[in-house]
Design a protein around this ligand. Structure first.
Ligand code: 4AD
Ligand code: MG
Length: 497
């Protein structure tokens, strides 16, 4: 079988492509048929003079997403999508699709989400999933090359990891089980057996907030390393991210083009990343530097809004007299303007709130999404914030030996407003202190007995972190919402398809 992404090896040969109809266009004598086969797109040309009447009729009967086998000779053509064309000699219809709901015109997000099972075939969604695949592959490659062992943590668990407020519970025979929020605690046990391990699996959080960063089911990669302190942990995290971004740039160039991702931004993702303590981050949020940056942003957004309005008025005026082709262009630009206007207006509503929040945040409070956004806006690369107030972090975090109020935790915040993509830190390795923390957090000691054992039998300093896969996909692809970063997103209010 020949696939579209292998056509370079088949120039001047006759091949059969099997796929689906992406698009059709016809004139009196020529019929243009764009086929997709999962590996790419190929324009197939039917010339009425060269084919039998049956083949011409078959071409004319094709509807969007009909499944077909198309035979013909391959020629190279730079102007054509994918760089090659097929000159049709035969068409075999597999199935004629019946009124495909997703047409080339614009659709609302709700409609597309309802049709996620079909939406996955669209070009942008296709590109996102290819990048996701590359990220997953590169993560395995990175850790395997470094001698990490992949081990899997259970999904049914008896205890909370990341706080009790976001637990999904389910019947487990006569007991209650929770869907895991993180594989970490098991990862710690596995690291004591193998030294350096990682888990990679689905994790669950009953997040009641509908934001563009939150799913209820998401995939997390979680390395855990014996004898690593916080700094070694941070070095590993930045090296991992730089590696993955580099692999995506190397291997998914076309996909990034389809997504109109600015590659120069990604090329800047090299280690070391800027680092700051939580205390320094609070100072930066409260500073004049932040205030001025937000003021400038507000001014430039207002100006942009003016410009967008003007452009729209001019296009509206032009529309009446425009020719058909130009009208299509104008429609497209007006849609873009309308989308951008929504974004700019949203920013203009948000900036005063962000400013207010940043100016007033005090040591001890957790960052909100806007605080993370603001912090990253000061840099062109991901940043690492470490040394958080122990109060806002999980029970297992080790405290700073110099300051008991501080936990040795780190978050990696992605630029361009994406915010936290990695969370991790050094773990408490002292039995009595860990016991105390479990009590302080009102967690049932019984459920953590096995976890406490790790501090009884050869306890060592150790660290790890978790990378949220969908957050990473969003950032690397430059898309707005995590719902497009996973094949079938699960969020509050969404269980189908
Ligand atoms: O910061 P979190 O809660 O850390 C942990 O779960 C640690 N136990 C990980 C570890 O140290 N092994 O989550 C880690 C990452 C976040 O930085 C974010 O990228 C992602 O998981 N994440 C989510 N992604 C999508 N939807 C959600 N609701 C998410 N919650 C966390
Ligand atoms: Mg976190």
């Amino acid at each position: 079988m020949v696939y579209i992404n292998e056509l370079a090896h088949h120039v001047d040969q006759e091949v059969e492509l099997k796929g689906w109809v992406y698009n059709t266009r016809s004139s009196k004598k020529l019929f243009f048929l764009v086929i997709r086969d999962g590996t790419g797109l190929c324009q197939c040309i039917v010339n009425k003079d060269d084919v039998s009447e049956q083949v011409w009729e078959a071409a004319e009967s094709l509807t969007q997403e009909s499944s077909v086998k198309v035979t013909g000779k391959i020629t190279a053509d730079e102007r054509s999508v994918g760089g090659y064309e097929l000159h049709v000699t035969d068409i075999k219809i597999v199935q004629i699709a019946d009124g495909y709901p997703i047409t080339p015109k614009e659709h609302g997000v709700e409609f597309l989400m309802e049709n996620r099972h079909l939406w996955l075939r669209s070009r942008r969604q296709w590109a996102i999933m290819r990048v996701r695949n590359q990220i997953i592959f590169s993560l395995h490659e990175f850790f395997q090359n470094k001698g990490f062992i992949q081990m899997d943590a259970p999904v049914f668990t008896g205890n909370a990891v990341e706080g009790t407020t976001t637990l999904f519970s389910t019947e487990y025979f006569d007991d209650t089980a929770y869907l895991t929020q993180s594989g970490q605690l098991y990862g710690e046990a596995m690291a004591m057996a193998h030294g350096k391990i990682y888990t990679f699996g689905p994790t669950f959080r009953a997040e009641k907030s509908k934001t563009r960063r939150h799913l209820t089911e998401f995939w997390m990669i979680e390395p855990e390393m014996a004898f690593y302190d916080l700094i070694m942990n941070m070095e590993l995290a930045e090296e991992m991210l730089a590696y993955v971004v580099d692999r995506v740039l190397q291997n998914c160039s076309e996909e990034l083009d389809t997504l109109e991702r600015d590659k120069d931004v990604l090329k800047k993702v090299t280690a070391p990343f800027p680092r700051m303590t939580y205390t320094e981050a609070i100072e930066l949020l409260n500073s004049d530097k932040t205030k001025n940056m937000l003021n400038e942003m507000e001014t430039s957004r207002k100006q942009e809004l003016e410009n967008l309005k003007k452009e729209k008025e001019e296009l509206d005026k032009e529309y009446g007299q425009a020719k058909k082709g130009r009208k299509v262009q104008i429609d497209k630009r007006i849609r873009e303007i309308s989308m951008r206007t929504d974004d700019v207006e949203e920013d203009l509503r948000n900036i005063p709130l962000w400013r207010e929040k940043a100016m007033s945040i005090k040591w001890g409070e957790d960052f909100g999404g806007s605080d993370e956004t603001i912090l990253t806006m000061h840099y062109d690369r991901p940043i690492m914030v470490y040394g958080y107030p122990a109060e806002v972090k999980a029970f297992y975090m080790k405290r700073d030996p110099e300051d008991d109020k501080v936990a040795l935790g780190v978050d990696v915040l992605a630029p361009e407003g994406y915010g936290e993509i990695v969370g991790g830190g050094q773990r408490e390795d002292d039995l009595e202190l860990l016991r105390k923390r479990i009590k302080e957090h009102d967690l049932p000691e019984e459920a953590f007995r096995w976890y406490l054992d790790l501090r009884k039998f050869g306890s060592v300093p150790h660290s790890g972190f978790g990378l949220g896969l969908e957050r990473a996909v969003c950032w690397i692809c430059g898309i707005r919402h995590v719902r497009e970063a996973i094949p079938f997103p699960r969020m509050m209010g969404r269980l189908y398809p």
